[in-house]
Design a binder for this molecule. Structure first.
Ligand code: ZN
Length: 123
């Protein structure tokens, strides 16, 4: 899926993007085939500012399969300023300090063969 590749290539370079439906202006991320709102498939890529707040999070205490860094770690649903939400790994925030509503900022989780979405402290 070309748009998904582009999404992760942009993310790897520190740019978080969403896609906007050319028909109804709905935002989506990560990229998907058809607009959930109107079922069309004409998308425009839009840059996101990268700031958001933690909507919910889960702490994992089991090592991720093949993961470079060990547990425990948190994965959060982050609501971005533009109104879309995305799942991302939490980095550089102590787990006992992590809270719903906390301001976070996008950063890429760059590994040799893949790029992950992560969020760190806002400031
Ligand atoms: Zn649409």
């Amino acid at each position: 899926m070309i748009m998904l590749d582009a999404f992760f290539q942009q993310a790897r370079q520190g740019r978080l993007t969403a896609i906007r439906c050319a028909h109804c202006a709905a935002l989506a991320m990560p990229p998907q085939e058809a607009c959930a709102a109107c079922r069309r498939r004409e998308w425009q890529t839009v840059p996101l500012e990268g700031s958001g707040t933690v909507a919910s999070f889960t702490v994992f205490r089991v090592p991720p399969r093949g993961g470079a860094s060990g547990p425990p770690y948190a994965v959060a649903q982050v609501r971005l300023r533009e109104g879309v939400s995305v799942l991302g790994r939490i980095v550089d925030i102590p787990l006992d300090a992590l809270a719903i509503g906390q301001a976070v900022r996008f950063r890429p989780l760059v590994e040799p063969h893949q790029t992950g979405i992560a969020f760190g402290p806002a400031a």
